[in-house]
Design a protein around this ligand. Structure first.
Ligand SMILES: Nc1nc2c(ncn2[C@@H]2O[C@H](COP(=O)(O)OP(=O)(O)OP(=O)(O)O)[C@@H](O)[C@H]2O)c(=O)[nH]1
Length: 309
């Protein structure tokens, strides 16, 4: 490694380079030998300045998961004469890793690469922030599919799942079922017990209904207000009816007092069920429209009961 300082100007530039956070380096392309690396490298990674002799030392000190991709990219870019930058985890002398960004300028003479001049930046802080942001974004996405009051899936989640499952059912010629459960006489409940207790009732019913279906592919969601939907992919009418009956019973089993109900002294639900094996001509909206019609029928038939089609 040559570290020759032959005049005042060079001394000034060297002092400047070695006092920055960015770590400068130079590599001779023909021999792949480092001709210079800033002393700051020791502070960042713990390896002494004199231990950086060959490009191989750099490659060996890249995290195994980043090594091949980073080395191949940098070598091909350097051969083509393209300036480039790469983010990777650099190995520290103590066995730890630091996220760094290597920014590389390729020096060419007569169309041939002769030298690389680069700067290494410590980007670990930024990476930590980026990772936090990724986690936060995931959480935000989860929340956007979740009902704020009951924490079960919301209408948006239901709409999206319905589209996916409908297409799947049509492709595989499988039946798909939908249950709509609506709390009976909820307006009088709210009026009598107050809105807060009304909210509490919705949470209890949501959690009770969540226990009714069995498969991981089943989806229980709050559609809006006091209306809940249960989407049952690959489920026949007979099986859907059984689950609907379970829904009705599970809500009664909560024994939520309802002094103002016209059908019971506890909170009950009316349930509409529909099952369709879709063909290419069947509109997706038919599943919900039919279950909704059945729900209306159940309300008309005296509530706390199930109607299906
Ligand atoms: N507490 C509370 N009430 C809600 C919420 N969303 C909707 N509601 C209430 O739910 C009630 C629904 O009333 P209706 O649609 O008349 O139905 P119902 O009284 O249950 O009558 P039936 O369905 O025919 O048995 C209304 O009073 C709404 O204000 C909510 O998030 N919290």
């Amino acid at each position: 490694m040559t570290d020759v300082v032959d005049n005042d100007e060079q001394i000034k530039y060297k002092a400047l380079l070695e006092s920055t956070k960015a770590i400068p380096w130079k590599l001779d392309w023909a021999t792949k030998q480092f001709t210079y690396i800033g002393p700051q490298i020791e502070e960042l990674l713990g390896w002494t300045q004199s231990s950086w002799l060959h490009a191989g030392d750099w490659i060996d000190r890249i995290h195994a998961e980043d090594r091949e991709k980073t080395a191949n990219f940098c070598i091909s870019q350097s051969e083509e004469g393209a300036d480039h930058e790469a983010d990777y985890r650099a190995l520290k002398a103590d066995g730890g890793y630091v996220w760094v960004r290597d920014v590389v300028h390729v020096v060419r003479k007569n169309g041939v690469t002769t030298e690389l001049v680069g700067f290494i930046f410590d980007i670990s802080e930024r990476k930590i922030m980026e990772d936090k942001l990724i986690i936060l974004n995931k959480k935000l996405e989860q929340l956007s599919f979740q009902d704020g009051l009951t924490s079960i899936a919301n209408r948006r989640s239901f709409d999206q799942t319905l589209t996916t499952e409908w297409q799947h059912a049509r492709r595989n010629q499988q039946p798909i079922s939908l249950i709509i459960a609506d709390i009976d006489c909820f307006k009088p409940y709210n009026d009598y017990y107050g809105h807060l207790q009304g909210d509490d009732c919705l949470v209890k019913v949501a959690h009770a209904l969540s226990q009714a279906p069995m498969r991981v592919t089943d989806l229980v969601a709050r559609y809006g207000g006091e209306e809940f939907v249960i989407l049952l992919p690959n489920t026949t009418a007979t099986a859907a009816l059984e689950i609907a009956e379970r829904c009705r019973n599970i809500v009664i089993a909560q024994q939520i007092e309802h002094a103002m109900s016209s059908v019971s002294d506890v909170v009950t639900v009316s349930v509409g069920v529909s099952t369709i094996t879709p063909t290419t001509d069947t509109e997706q909206s038919l599943l919900f429209a039919t279950a909704d019609k059945m729900l209306y029928q159940a309300k008309k038939n005296g509530r706390n009961c199930i109607e299906y089609c």
